[in-house]
Design a protein around this ligand. Sequence first.
Ligand code: ADP
Ligand code: MG
Length: 255
Amino acid sequence: MGEPHPKLQATDLSRTFGRGPGAVDALGPLDLTVTPGEFVCIVGPSGCGKSTLLRIASGLLRPSTGELAIRTTSPRPAAMIFQDYGIYDWKTVLANVRFGLDIQRLPRREANARARDWLARLGLADFASAYPATLSGGMRQRVAIARALAVEPEILLMDEPFAALDAQLRMILQDELLELTQTTRTTTLFITHSLEEAIVLGDRVLVMSARPGRFIAERRPPFPRPRSGEVRSAPEFTALKSELWQLLRPEAVPA
Ligand SMILES: Nc1ncnc2c1ncn2[C@@H]1O[C@H](COP(=O)(O)OP(=O)(O)O)[C@@H](O)[C@H]1O
Ligand SMILES: [Mg+2]
């Protein structure tokens, strides 16, 4: 019995911005393998190259060396959720959620139905015709999540999606995301600077070094699936958090 084919595989991946004396080595070289259905969290100090990695994974940026392959088994795309939501203020909530489906040229009736279904799952059923500017930060972020999930992506790429939210809302959305991804078994690469968030959500937590970011440690939170936000109060949770902090702290200290 072999390993399942990885969903995402980075090999000798690196990225440098600019050239000559002013060049910035932002990332790697690093290797990364994410298996189907896995939820991988990446933590690392500010500026270590986390967003660079996710932008490469989403096809927005080319690597300088190596490659990152995403193996999908259908034409469904990877979906990316940015820290700043990336939703369109001039489109209604429904049109935002339908956006990826319109690109896939799904018939309008079907696209509307699927978009409304995801809005309902994220508690936004009554806001389909609202404009994002009238919504709270948490609701806007839910719109972004609904939009990404509506395309039923094979891989979900999330770059600090909850960073701008207050602590309570953040926990609520973490719990929702847990439930959603455990139901859909969507392969997810999730970047955060919150150790708690990484431990609650991840099958694996990867710790990155200071720039140029490489993986310096890996831990598996010892909580079986399906899990809920209740793991936050487990003694193992606190122990793992301080262990991860010991690993991260030397990287996070300003040089
Ligand atoms: N387009 C760019 N041009 C030049 N430097 C960049 C660019 N994007 C990112 N960087 C630099 O690369 C490093 C890593 O950035 P980033 O991936 O955004 O880090 P993180 O998301 O971990 O905070 C930083 O030093 C940043 O200033
Ligand atoms: Mg970033």
